[in-house]
Write a protein that binds this ligand. Sequence first.
Ligand code: ADP
Ligand code: MG
Length: 264
Amino acid sequence: MSAAVQTQTQTRAAAVEIRGVTKSYGALKVLDGVDLTIQPGQVAVLLGPSGGGKSTLLRTVNHLEKPDAGHVSVNGRLIGVRQHGSRLKELSERAILAQRAEIGFVFQSFNLFPHLTALENVAAAPVATGRATKAEAREHAVELLTRVGLADKADVYPRQLSGGQQQRVAIARALAQSPGLILFDEPTSALDPELVGEVLGAIKDLADSGTTLIVVTHEVGFAREIADLVVFLDGGKVLEQGSPQEVLDNPRYRRTREFLSKVL
Ligand code: ADP
Ligand code: MG
């Protein structure tokens, strides 16, 4: 790497920086001092046993959950708080919503609006947040539905779509706000096996386009294919992280090996 490139790499803000994030529900400590850095354009895959805190961690990144301690930055900007002298002050609800609009989130259960067509689902947020006129948003929505292979389903309601198609609409909807970062929480877990591939294909296209992604998934083969960084989260802590080769092929810890032997 040349000196110039190295300097640029060092000064560019991380896409996501998670520092000391801790979160409890009552007496249950769900996240316990999580540190994680994801560089722009990287794809991070989060793996780990159920209840290990994967969803909660993802939700702290767009402030659907507020950490008890620690903080998250996206592209160098603190999430949910701002620096006020030496203290952190909570952002207004409006400012939090504005931050959240810049981060795509795709849920396991699709969460489409049932009373809106595929196209209306994709076009809704940019209009609601004032980022686009209705005509602009609809035009962009057609492009995005085409990108996920659903140009012919624009006027169809979610109940008329397969799970895989619904999830691809959800991906198009996440893209509608042109987010630099998209979070996926087990995007294929609710799908019949024969529909998993089409959704993973749409995610792979995003990975190839250079969007920063954090993907919670148990699809280890997929992780090996797309991940720059594999993170194993267990008991609210990052037990290990590294390249797919490091974490999937040569895990350092017995807990990781046990988990992988169950999902492979
Ligand atoms: P994962 O996604 O890795 O399965 P989660 O982050 O969903 O793990 O959950 C971690 C733990 O926190 C689980 O024991 C879960 O039951 C608990 N939990 C998650 N959300 C809540 C909540 N809103 N209230 C209470 N407990 C919760
Ligand atoms: Mg989860």
